[in-house]
Design a protein around this ligand. Structure first.
Ligand code: ATP
Ligand code: ZN
Length: 212
């Protein structure tokens, strides 16, 4: 029988909840920390452990059939995949933040600013929708330190509690995107793969319902 291949985050904020969801769906697997992949013993599922940034591309290319990743990553990578179900964890928002002391009244204040972010695609869309021209500086991590070192006047970064911003003397001024983990799928699954996916989705929906 054919197996469905699912890509989940190898380690990080989505890893534990992704494993937990599969377990709650009744899927048994042994997940070694340093493994690249594992197989479920009681469901036709193979699990790949990958960096979250790579998951949309692997699913688009069909290296994995489905994946669990943040909507923020799906939108930023702009890959052609189907987002089929919101999963209710990994909730966060992509926000604009500026130094605490800076006066801010509206998004117009971003005009001609230098904004540091790891999400240039989503930020650019947001800015052009608001008719703002700004200088986007793409950096891959520790975006919150950019204003302090004089790299940018503002940042656009993921926030959940806001404590990281606070500790860096920043205030959140604009929500660019609300995000949570989603199940994505390759656009050309076989009939057999769709059958397995439907079975998995049925269980995921039941798990979600039981939590409400
Ligand atoms: P990887 O090593 O897989 O590339 P990463 O460092 O890019 O990991 P994490 O910090 O583990 O990513 O975050 C993974 C996802 O968790 C984010 O893309 C986002 O969807 C979600 N998330 C939820 N809350 C937060 C938060 N406060 N900060 C960052 N990401 C968050
Ligand atoms: Zn990542």
């Amino acid at each position: 029988m054919q197996k469905l291949r699912i890509a989940i985050q190898k380690s990080g904020r989505l890893h534990d909840d992704s494993i937990k969801l599969l377990k709650e769906c009744g899927i048994d697997m042994n997940n070694g920390v340093n493994k690249l992949k594992t197989e479920a013993s009681n469901f036709p599922l193979e699990v790949f452990f990958l960096r979250d940034d790579d998951i949309p591309q692997y699913v688009e290319d069909g290296v994995a059939d489905i994946g669990i990743v943040g909507e923020n990553v799906v939108l930023e990578k702009a890959r052609t995949v189907d987002a089929i179900e919101k999963l209710g964890f990994g909730k966060c928002r992509l926000s604009l933040a500026v130094p605490k002391g800076m006066e801010y009244t509206s998004v117009k204040d971003m005009q001609n600013m230098r904004i540091a972010t790891s999400y240039p695609v989503i930020l650019e869309q947001f800015l052009s929708k608001n008719n703002i021209t700004a200088e986007i500086h793409e950096i891959s991590g520790s975006v919150e330190i950019a204003p302090g070192i004089g790299l940018a006047e503002a940042i656009c970064d993921l926030v959940s509690s806001g404590s990281t911003l606070f500790m860096n003397g920043l205030k959140e001024v604009e929500t660019v995107l609300k995000s949570e983990a989603v199940l994505i799928a390759n656009k050309s699954l076989t009939a057999e793969q769709i059958q397995i996916l439907d079975k998995l989705l049925f269980r995921i929906k039941a798990v979600k319902k039981a939590k409400n």
